[in-house]
Design a protein around this ligand. Structure first.
Ligand SMILES: *Cc1c(COP(=O)(O)O)cnc(C)c1O
Length: 381
């Protein structure tokens, strides 16, 4: 699904020399690379504060702690996402409220958000799924109207932008009140272990969160709030610092691979290619309206499971993200849900398949993969 070695070869000298420097200096925790990467990422995103932490799941949890959400507060998020999003809501004894998504973008449906709002609702967590921003025009409007926080789960869309209806453009993760991201190796900006970060333009919230990631300390050995221990280590920061200047190029390579997949499947009656909702001038310079963390097709003809098998039999990895809606996961069932609340997610889990997507895909590989898909779908009755 991913090929990380090609990227490594391109930054090998820089990564190896900075890791050697860290080994020689023994500054493994909070070393100079952590601060340097934080500053570089703030500049890249155009956001006032980046707070590095240990992983994307922690980042989400710390966002919710920083906002002061209290047990019983309701937090609305998508039924069709990775479980980390709902897990941290539940862990903090907040009440997760799962809602349906849109069939063409796979992102949270603003109309479903509005229907789920109650007097207890405190926050919305849009997940920018597969590399494309949720409908942030509508979501920010709903949040303003009801006085809700917006926490962007930006684990899958770093480097993407959202163009608002008025033409202004903002980077994913800089639109809501606070955002989280993950630097897990296979993410668009991945390190060589675990890592994550929180972004915000709010000075007070940034201050609160900086203490929370470090045991609630604002002064050494004075613990003002209950915090956690969540750090990005120096070695991961050095890897990320070397990769960040290449992020737009990496994302553009993903975009180009996606265009080739989409051309191969264009107008096929049984295959739906991913929709780009937020066109950046058709083909803009950075192609950053979708950064294709995953390239996800819908196979309409109940041939999805057979296709997964066929690709695997032919040595092509593929993924089903996600095979079970969160509202049907044992840990997250809730009597308040009705199956009729989730028609889209219930359908998508049967149809989606994600093809290999990374920065090293070449034309021969793409042709091999698209031919396998087309042959299977066309040959099966
Ligand atoms: C990867 C991911 C996370 C969690 O990130 P980790 O660094 O693995 O903890 C959270 N949300 C989404 C949508 C993700 O894809």
């Amino acid at each position: 699904m991913v090929d990380l070695n090609g990227q490594y070869q391109g930054i090998k000298n820089e990564v190896n020399s900075s890791i050697t420097e860290i080994l020689e200096s023994s500054a493994f925790i909070n070393g100079p690379y952590v601060h340097a990467f934080q500053k570089d990422l703030e500049e890249y995103l155009g956001v006032k504060h980046v707070i590095p932490c240990a992983n994307g799941t922690d980042a989400l949890q710390i966002c919710m702690m920083g906002l002061g959400l209290q047990p019983g507060d309701e937090v609305i998020t998508a039924d069709f996402t990775f479980a980390a999003t709902v897990e941290v809501i539940a862990l903090l004894n907040l009440t997760p409220v799962l809602v349906d998504v849109e069939p063409d973008t796979f992102n949270i449906d603003p109309k479903a958000i509005e229907r789920a709002i109650t007097p207890k609702t405190k926050a919305i967590v849009p997940v920018h799924l597969f590399g494309q921003c949720a409908n942030m025009d509508a979501i920010m409007e709903i949040a303003d109207k009801h006085g809700l926080f917006v926490i962007e789960d930006n684990a899958q869309a770093i480097g993407a932008s959202h163009t608002f209806n008025d033409g202004t453009k903002k980077k994913a993760g800089t639109i809501g009140h606070v955002a989280s991201t993950s630097f897990f190796p296979s993410k668009n900006l991945g390190c060589y272990g675990d890592g994550g970060a929180i972004f915000t333009n709010d000075d007070d919230l940034a201050h609160t969160i900086r203490g929370m990631v470090n045991h609630g300390m604002y002064r050494r050995y004075y613990h003002d709030v209950v915090g956690v221990n969540s750090r990005l280590d120096s070695i991961q920061a050095a890897v990320l610092k070397a990769k960040l200047p290449n992020l737009d190029t990496y994302n553009k390579k993903r975009w180009e691979a996606a265009q080739k997949y989409t051309q191969a499947f264009a107008d096929h009656p049984e295959i739906v290619t991913p929709k780009i909702a937020n066109k950046c001038d058709v083909i803009c310079e950075n192609c950053d309206c979708h950064v294709f963390h995953q390239y996800t097709l819908r196979i309409l003809s109940e041939k999805r499971d057979g296709l997964v098998q066929h690709l695997n039999d032919n040595g092509v990895p593929c993924g089903v993200y996600y095979p079970v809606p969160l509202h049907l996961q044992k840990a997250y069932t809730d009597t308040r849900y009705n199956e009729s609340d989730f028609p889209v997610t219930n359908q998508l889990v049967k149809e989606v398949i994600s093809l290999p997507m990374h920065t090293e895909l070449d034309d021969d590989q793409i042709e091999f993969i698209t031919n396998l898909v087309l042959d299977f779908v066309n040959d099966q009755p």
